[in-house]
Write a protein that binds this ligand. Structure first.
Ligand code: GLN
Length: 244
């Protein structure tokens, strides 16, 4: 078995080591004998929505988001088809997450149009939220229902319509430091403010995403054998127990 992952604009949107999310998916597939083929998508490349099982877009400062916004608009139809019709699995972090919505309004600048894949919008606040975050989530492949990560954003994201939160914040700020939500979920599209990178310390969420892709591509009998996650969960629990 194998999966194909489109890594969107790695040269521009990859701050705080967000590439670590792809490495976590790749390694947890490899440990089960599944190959993950990573295809970098750079400005000017044309996305074929029938090729990919996963899409990843990382975080970036306002400047990179502005640089990539027009290019992303050229991919809007393909990425919308991937999300809406093909049920591909998306993971978007921070700046990339913001660009999945209707728009991102940076401070003192015009709105940056988003992909409108997720019914959200983001407005830059006048405060930067930086720090460790712990979240209670339902999106897990086992009985561990927490996510941990690190946030660094001034954007305030608001969920609308059928967009569900990835989880409820127990430590930190999450989407907007007001409604206690963190991240957004729409079909198989997942957005989050959690850097870290997110997936290595949250193996149960990584396997949840891989299982979604496996059931979609192969069949509902697709199963991931359990791994020894002692080290990953040691790191996870240090954040939960605030030993950082
Ligand atoms: N520029 C956006 C913000 O500050 C996203 C930052 C990021 O990707 N860490 O909210």
């Amino acid at each position: 078995m194998e999966f194909n992952l489109a890594y969107l604009y790695p040269e521009l949107l990859n701050i705080y080591g967000d590439k670590g999310n792809i490495l976590a998916i790749q390694q947890r597939c490899l440990w089960r004998g599944i190959n993950l083929n990573i295809h970098k998508i750079n400005p000017g490349d044309k996305i074929n929505p029938d090729l990919y099982d996963f899409y990843f877009i990382g975080g970036g400062q306002d400047q990179q988001q502005l640089m990539i916004a027009d290019e992303l608009q050229t991919q809007k139809n393909a990425l919308t088809e991937a999300a809406d019709s093909n049920d591909a699995v998306f993971l978007a972090i921070c700046g990339g997450y913001q660009l999945l919505g209707e728009y991102y309004k940076p401070a003192n600048k015009d709105k940056v149009p988003g992909l409108e894949i997720m019914d959200t919008y983001t407005i830059a606040g006048n405060k930067r939220y930086i720090g460790n975050v712990t979240v209670n989530t339902e999106f897990s492949c086992n009985d561990i229902k927490t996510l941990v990560g690190f946030e660094n954003h001034s954007g305030l994201t608001y969920l609308r319509g059928d967009t569900k939160p990835l989880g409820v914040v127990s430590t930190g700020n999450g989407n907007n430091a007001e409604d206690n939500t963190e991240g957004g979920v729409y079909k198989n599209v997942f957005g989050s403010y959690l850097h870290g990178s997110l997936l290595p310390k949250n193996p149960h969420f990584t396997d949840y995403l891989i299982s979604l892709a496996g059931k979609r591509k192969y069949n509902d009998n697709f199963k991931l054998e359990a791994l020894d996650d002692k080290i990953e969960l040691f790191a996870h629990n240090r954040v939960i127990n605030k030993k950082y």
